[in-house]
Design a protein around this ligand. Structure first.
Ligand code: HEC
Ligand code: HEC
Ligand code: HEC
Ligand code: HEC
Length: 242
């Protein structure tokens, strides 16, 4: 007979698998952008989309000097920096310095909305169901598969990761740009989440997904949303790297 620990480990693994606690994979923004063209275009113009540029030598020289960094140094492969300037650092499917994927470089869709592998197919299903029959799908189903509707923790992991910020998850490496360097680096979620320099514009949704968890500014954003472009919706499931 096998040692009992073998069975216990197998049970633990099975539990993790079936309860959905196993972390979902990051896949890169291409998977989202084919359907959400308007958000993707708008995102490209934001500060988040340019986050990798800032790590290059010569970029943002003044800001770097002020924070005690070397403006002539290349920080694009520096593990003390890259983590907050890309998607899914040190997580399943996420960006690595050893195998950098273009579609995970800079702060993209999944950094805020959550790793997409498990919920993006439900977006397709929910969209098709709504189009065909007008039936809606609960947001809870998306949340159960890793979509984030609160955002605050996601922003904090990058913006409030420094000693004394008051955020509980603080751990090294810290963000070098803090209110101590300049007041403008103070992170105020309610203000920042509406800052169109860093956040993509909002486009009208038909309402295929309903119920809680709904983002607290969802109705406000939708009330002021623009008409968006039709997505392709034929998101292929090929595992293209970038
Ligand atoms: C993966 C890390 C990460 C996440 C998650 C993240 N940000 Fe950022 N954010 C950055 C980085 C890096 C920059 C700087 C980009 C640059 O200029 O190179 C930035 C810039 C910004 C700016 C512009 C600041 C300025 O100087 O004008 C705002 C506003 C902002 N983020 C808000 C948010 C909000 C709100 C959230 C959550 C909904 C969020 N961010 C999530 C990393 C992140
Ligand atoms: C814990 C997350 C985190 C780490 C680690 C991190 N950054 Fe950032 N970085 C951010 C955030 C968040 C911002 C946006 C700050 C803001 O504007 O409020 C930012 C902004 C910047 C900016 C733009 C500042 C400006 O005012 O234009 C530069 C340049 C930068 N980071 C370089 C670096 C370098 C170099 C390192 C490594 C030494 C590094 N970052 C490490 C999160 C991080
Ligand atoms: C810095 C954080 C952040 C990033 C990066 C980000 N989003 Fe968003 N997104 C938000 C927030 C906040 C909302 C508002 C949520 C709501 O109203 O329910 C939102 C809303 C949306 C919506 C709902 C409709 C709308 O326009 O408001 C879609 C679709 C969307 N994002 C797709 C994307 C895609 C695609 C990308 C990548 C190209 C992306 N997002 C990148 C934060 C982000
Ligand atoms: C096959 C197409 C498709 C793909 C791929 C896709 N979505 Fe969606 N998404 C949709 C449709 C359809 C809706 C519902 C639109 C409506 O209500 O009009 C939606 C809704 C959303 C919403 C709004 C949810 C709410 O609160 O109502 C967000 C945010 C979003 N998608 C982000 C993403 C992100 C991030 C990715 C990539 C990880 C992604 N989507 C991938 C088709 C897609």
């Amino acid at each position: 007979m096998k040692h009992p620990i073998t069975y216990i480990l197998a049970l633990v693994a099975m539990f993790a698998f079936f309860s959905g606690t196993a972390a979902a994979d990051f896949e890169g923004r291409k998977k989202c952008s084919s359907c959400h063209k308007s958000q993707a275009k708008s995102w490209k113009e934001t500060a988040h989309a340019k986050a990798m540029e800032s790590l290059k030598p010569g970029e943002r020289a003044e800001a770097k000097e002020k924070a005690g960094l070397d403006p002539d140094k290349d920080y694009t492969k520096d593990k003390d920096c890259v983590g907050c300037h890309v998607d899914g650092w040190e997580q399943k499917g996420g960006y690595t310095v050893e195998r950098p994927k273009k579609m995970l470089a800079a702060v993209g869709c999944e950094s805020c909305h959550g790793p997409g592998k498990n919920y993006r197919r439900d977006h397709r299903k929910g969209g098709q169901l709504f189009e065909k029959s007008g039936k809606t799908m609960p947001r809870k189903r998306l949340a159960d598969r890793g979509q984030d509707f609160h955002f605050e923790e996601a922003c904090a992991a990058c913006h409030l990761n420094y000693e004394g910020s008051g955020w509980e998850g603080v751990k090294e490496p810290y963000v070098p740009f803090t209110p101590e360097i300049d007041e403008k680096y103070r992170f105020d979620f309610d203000k920042m989440v509406k800052d169109d320099k860093a956040m993509h514009a909002h486009y009208k949704m038909d309402g295929a997904f309903v119920g809680e968890p709904k983002f607290k500014y969802h109705d406000e954003f939708q009330a002021n949303a623009q008409e968006g472009e039709e997505g392709d919706e034929d998101d292929d499931d090929e595992d293209d790297d970038d």
